[in-house]
Design a protein around this ligand. Structure first.
Ligand code: FPP
Length: 227
């Protein structure tokens, strides 16, 4: 089986899944966070090198305050419940986006997750937190201009200034819950990725569904603009 090196996921549908169960939207986010553990372990077992997940977008601040603060507390839940398993599975956590501008208590937990898993050699689990792709591209260009005010930027240089510069190209992007949009996620990085839109909501997307999606990826023929 040809395994994608880098898989990205837009974990959509937590709220709708919770409503279907007659529960609050936050119940969906809680189960969404638990599912990160399931899918990260499966991805690691299948030989995926990098799994990048859209956990909180720059647009998500528009949500009700109780929902935002619930999501801000999920990294702590993750640390408390899963640190040992992350270590046992050699999973290394990283963050992309303006995560250092999140509430201080969240930043502290994220820094802790980063520090405690940094020597792990297995899957890199990259959480996009307070992330927006357009803002990332603007940030990259401004970084370049500030150091080279009289030069023109090229594709390679722009790429080297993105948050993902140290990661392999994204091979496959999955969006759950049936929506067919990119919603300002990794716009540059997804230029040649395979896209899979899955009707299941994120909390109900199982390890078997992940494996099936990788099989679908394998059946596709990537041409990168050639024949
Ligand atoms: C989209 O579902 C999901 C989010 C905006 C948040 C996703 C966050 C997590 C799964 C947990 C993050 C965990 C950590 C450890 C940081 P939605 O709420 O838009 O669902 P809906 O479209 O059904 O309303």
């Amino acid at each position: 089986m040809s395994i994608p090196q880098h898989v990205a996921i837009i974990m959509d549908g937590n709220g709708r899944w919770a409503k279907q169960q007659g529960k609050e939207r936050t119940h969906g986010h809680y189960h969404g966070a638990i599912n990160i553990r399931n899918i990260a372990i499966k991805a690691h077992q299948m030989g995926v090198k990098v799994l990048t997940l859209f956990a909180f977008s720059t647009e998500n601040w528009k949500r009700p305050e109780n929902e935002v603060s619930f999501i801000m507390d999920l990294p702590r839940v993750f640390l408390n419940q899963y640190l040992q398993e992350l270590l046992d599975n050699q999973i290394c956590i990283e963050f992309i986006g303006e995560w250092e501008k999140l509430p201080a208590s969240t930043v502290k937990i994220c820094a802790d997750l980063l520090e405690k898993t940094k020597h792990n050699q297995g899957l890199k689990l990259v959480l996009a937190l307070n992330y927006g792709s357009k803002a990332e591209i603007v940030h990259a260009v401004n970084e370049f201009i500030s150091h080279h005010p009289h030069m023109l930027i090229d594709e390679e240089t722009l790429e080297a200034h993105l948050y993902t510069s140290h990661l392999p190209a994204v091979d496959l992007c999955i969006r759950t819950s049936g929506e067919k949009r990119l919603s300002n996620f990794l716009l540059w990085q997804l230029a040649y990725s395979e896209l899979v839109f899955c009707p299941l909501h994120w909390p109900e997307f199982t390890q078997q569904d992940f494996e099936n999606t990788l099989k679908e990826y394998e059946s596709r023929h990537r041409r990168y603009g050639g024949l």
